[in-house]
Design a protein around this ligand. Sequence first.
Ligand SMILES: C[S@@+](CC[C@H](N)C(=O)[O-])C[C@H]1O[C@@H](n2cnc3c(N)ncnc32)[C@H](O)[C@@H]1O
Length: 197
Amino acid sequence: MKGRSVGKPRAVRPRVGTDFFGHGEAIRASLVKRLPRRPVQALDAGTGFGRNALFLARHLAAGSHVWSVDPSEESLLRGIEAVQAAGLLPTVSLGPGSAEKLPFADGYFHLAMAVMLFHHLVAVPPALCEMARVTRRGGKLLFVDWAPTAHLLPFAIEHRPDDFFTPHAIAEMLQDLGLAPKVEHHPMWYIIEARRL
Ligand SMILES: C[S@@+](CC[C@H](N)C(=O)[O-])C[C@H]1O[C@@H](n2cnc3c(N)ncnc32)[C@H](O)[C@@H]1O
């Protein structure tokens, strides 16, 4: 969990196993229209239990490949199980890795994505910089995360507003990398995309 959240131990609430707490349909609808139409190499950083990897495998053009990384062995095992159960192992490769140090060559990806990752990071700029490095010129960086208002949602571990970044803060970090981000802001979540120049 994030360094700046250190403080009093917080209450652990029962996990509500919903699809992004009821926001899943809207999030996917907004994402799907932003995906490239031709076959691509796609990165899914912070893949967790493989939800976004499966989404990408199902919605990207045939011939695409999804490369998923996560530093948590337990998450990776759950991700691999989910991808295997869906019969999508030929399309998705999962392995250990952190967004700040990606095991890929410069410019390898047409699409670099992270879903609900930022609020797990101590510092976001190193991850953005690394994700930009592995994205080819003309490729797309695509992010979804919870807005600070999402602290009201029943996460397994209670969150405070400052556990989350505002879309404005993320957009500024991308601008600092010389990118021109476009933000779609919803009350509880946001999407940011930027083209690699
Ligand atoms: C909320 S979960 C991800 C959800 C997933 N992307 C999805 O769409 O369902 C956040 C994940 O980020 C991973 N994570 C934490 N620190 C990370 C880092 N530095 N780089 C990449 N992943 C990280 C955690 O292990 C966890 O699996």
